[in-house]
Design a protein around this ligand. Structure first.
Ligand SMILES: Cc1cc2nc3c(=O)[nH]c(=O)nc-3n(C[C@H](O)[C@H](O)[C@H](O)COP(=O)(O)OP(=O)(O)OC[C@H]3O[C@@H](n4cnc5c(N)ncnc54)[C@H](O)[C@@H]3O)c2cc1C
Length: 391
């Protein structure tokens, strides 16, 4: 099968890229080894820039219709202190929704895939695994799948955190970071009065709560090595002990797990292959921005690949421009993740920072704005840094 672009992976990054390319009039094949709706370990919070991306694509109403919950901000608390502070999401600089969303990945990802399915220039192929790249004279010119070959002028790899395409391209840099893992489960809990994500810092682990439906609370743990260790088997008991809302609640599904978050790449585009979303490098789910940044990166990839497909620029220029856009989008967010992990690992420091934020939440508010891409680290003043240090 010959097409303009083949997109491997139909998560939020791949589906967004495929949708935008198809809407621009390019022939696209979107392939995923899963059949949708499919589930995935996730904290299920979509940050405000992701909501804005959904609005731009005309899909926000569709997502809300699945029971997704508007999220007004993030509440941070410490397991060993009374400190608790709610930081509202900041308004986007150019206007637009100042809220995030709590979503079920089963329905959220399916809304995006269904939107691609409706496009006349797009073909969605599910339950089909990509097994190999096709190369011609140094360029990648398609993929081999469990059903045959797909020849394409550009290949977009949106195949997730442990991207096989990234490895086949030799673009993966061996991770140096410590191994963190996450477990996420859904609980039957009345969520009518909840409109924030709650993050509880507990020293060697963190708990995250997000309302994702009228009576559904997503509760996830992220940890390197908690004491005692939380495993899929002990998750439910540990969650009930640690999250008061779960004491008498029913575990409806899960837990699903994921591990080894820190992934780095040598390059995000090379030889006709463009990496997007988690496949293009990842740090840690702690800042909850993977879906949003995946969609923003997909917008950039669609524009640059589109410029190549319409012969406005050669492929090398499209690759270089996408690499520049990628750095601009992820640089400060990566720094922020490192800062968040540093604070989470230092119980004394994070407790002091939270106690300080209860009195003056401005510095914490700026970190949330940096996570949204609305501010940069240059906007942090010496006073903000002192505040984050608990002074
Ligand atoms: C515990 C945890 C909590 C998280 N919490 C949040 C949160 O609250 N908010 C947030 O925004 N992000 C969160 N994230 C991150 C978020 O889940 C990812 O950033 C997001 O799913 C990335 O989307 P993607 O489209 O790049 O990849 P994915 O959603 O992973 O999609 C990749 C797709 O590629 C397909 N695929 C892979 N290999 C092949 C192949 N060989 N052939 C065909 N198809 C293939 C897979 O089936 C999959 O459907 C969390 C992650 C974890 C693990």
């Amino acid at each position: 099968m010959d097409t303009d672009a083949v997109v491997v992976g139909a998560g939020p990054s791949g589906a967004t890229a495929a949708l935008l390319l198809a809407r621009a009039g390019h022939k696209v094949v979107l392939v995923d080894r899963a059949r949708f709706p499919r589930d995935k370990a996730c904290g299920e919070g979509v940050m405000p820039p992701g909501v804005e991306a959904l609005r731009r694509m005309g899909l926000l109403e569709h997502v809300l219709a699945t029971g997704a919950r508007p999220i007004a901000g993030v509440t941070y608390q410490h397991s060993s202190a009374a400190a608790r502070v709610k930081v509202p999401f900041p308004a986007p600089p150019g206007g637009g929704p100042a809220h995030g969303l709590g979503v079920r990945r089963t329905s959220f990802d399916a809304v995006l895939v269904d939107a691609v399915r409706r496009e006349p220039f797009a073909v969605v192929r599910e339950a089909e695994c990509v097994t190999r790249l096709i190369r011609d004279a140094g360029r990648v010119t398609g993929v081999t799948t469990t059903s045959g070959e797909i020849r394409a002028r550009a290949v977009i790899a949106a195949d997730g955190l442990h991207s096989p395409i990234r490895s086949w391209m030799g673009l993966r840099v061996s991770p140096r970071a410590r191994l963190r893992y996450g477990l996420a489960g859904h609980w039957r809990v009345e969520t009518r009065d909840l409109n924030a994500i709650t993050v509880t810092l507990a020293g060697d682990h963190e708990w995250y709560e997000a309302p994702v439906g009228p009576d559904l609370l997503l509760v996830s743990i992220l940890t390197e090595r908690s004491q005692p260790p939380v495993t899929p088997r002990s998750y439910a008991a540990a969650a009930r002990r640690s999250v008061p809302a779960l004491r008498d609640a029913e575990l409806v599904s899960g837990p699903l797990g994921a591990a080894q978050f820190h992934q780095r790449v040598r390059r995000v585009a090379e030889h006709g292959v463009f990496l997007v979303g988690d496949a293009s490098g990842y740090d840690d789910p702690t800042t909850g921005d993977g879906i949003a940044i995946g969609m923003l990166l997909a917008e950039r990839v669609a524009e640059n690949v589109g410029d190549f497909l319409t012969a406005r620029v050669p492929i090398e220029v499209a690759e270089a421009r996408y690499a520049r856009d990628h750095i601009q989008l992820v640089r400060d967010r990566r720094r922020l993740t490192q800062l968040a992990l540093f604070l989470a690992r230092s119980p004394h420091l994070s407790r002091r920072a939270l106690e300080r934020a209860v009195r003056d939440p401005r510095a914490l508010g700026k970190l949330v704005a940096i996570n949204c891409g609305y501010q940069t680290f240059r906007d942090l003043t010496p006073r903000d840094w002192l505040s984050l240090a608990g002074v």
